[in-house]
Design a protein around this ligand. Structure first.
Ligand code: AMP
Length: 188
């Protein structure tokens, strides 16, 4: 029993979904730079049955009627956002890296381990009061998510939820985003 506990995977949608995600993530050491363990979720995206189950799990967690639009964070968040949008009949708004959006945009900059990054969203992306579900693949320090949630609010949206497939718990991104709730399918 003790052994089972020490190896059990955990996540906010329960151990079964957490195990499903864990079974389709590859650890890539020293990518994109030495000392980083990259969590590669491409195997999950490439497995149609698992991908569908994961998307359905995200929708079930929030409730089909709990959001009006989905935001995906460039670039892997786009894959997840598009699938949720199609499954629920809502639209997608991309939050993009600086300089990619063609029309007037709000920008938010945040610190990376080395240097700075900037994300942008079109100023007219949401109608006032739009309930916005934000999704990404991995939550690490939370800087990317914090900047994105701020952008959503500046552009007139209301954050209805934030979901990641995988959370690196030891980096405490969840604390940084508090009191906004984080829904992580797998926490490692
Ligand atoms: P952060 O802003 O530190 O929370 O970083 C989150 C963003 O960087 C997400 O868009 C992730 O796709 C990416 N990311 C950060 N760390 C990792 C990692 N170890 N493996 C995969 N993606 C990561």
């Amino acid at each position: 029993m003790t052994e089972t506990h020490s190896t059990a995977v955990r996540g906010d949608s329960g151990p079964e979904v957490a195990q499903l995600v864990a079974s389709r993530v590859l650890d890539v050491p020293d990518f994109p730079k030495p000392g980083v363990m990259f969590k590669d979720l491409m195997p999950l995206f490439a497995d149609g049955d698992v991908f569908r189950e994961v998307i359905d799990g995200i929708v079930a967690h929030h409730g089909r009627d709990a959001f009006d639009i989905v935001v995906g964070i460039e670039a892997r968040g786009f894959v997840i956002a598009a699938a949720i949008a199609y499954a629920t009949g809502v639209g997608v708004v991309p939050v993009r890296k600086a300089g990619k959006l063609p029309r007037p945009a709000y920008s938010a900059s945040y610190e990376l381990e080395y240097g700075e990054a900037t994300l942008e969203v079109h100023q007219d992306a949401f109608t006032a009061g739009h309930r916005v579900l934000v999704v990404d693949d991995v939550l690490a320090t939370g800087g990317t998510a914090e900047a994105t949630l701020d952008l959503v609010e500046r552009a007139g949206g209301t954050v209805a939820g934030f979901t990641v497939l995988l959370e690196l718990g030891f980096l405490e991104g969840r604390k940084r985003l508090a009191p906004r709730p984080v829904h992580a399918l797998l926490t490692v």
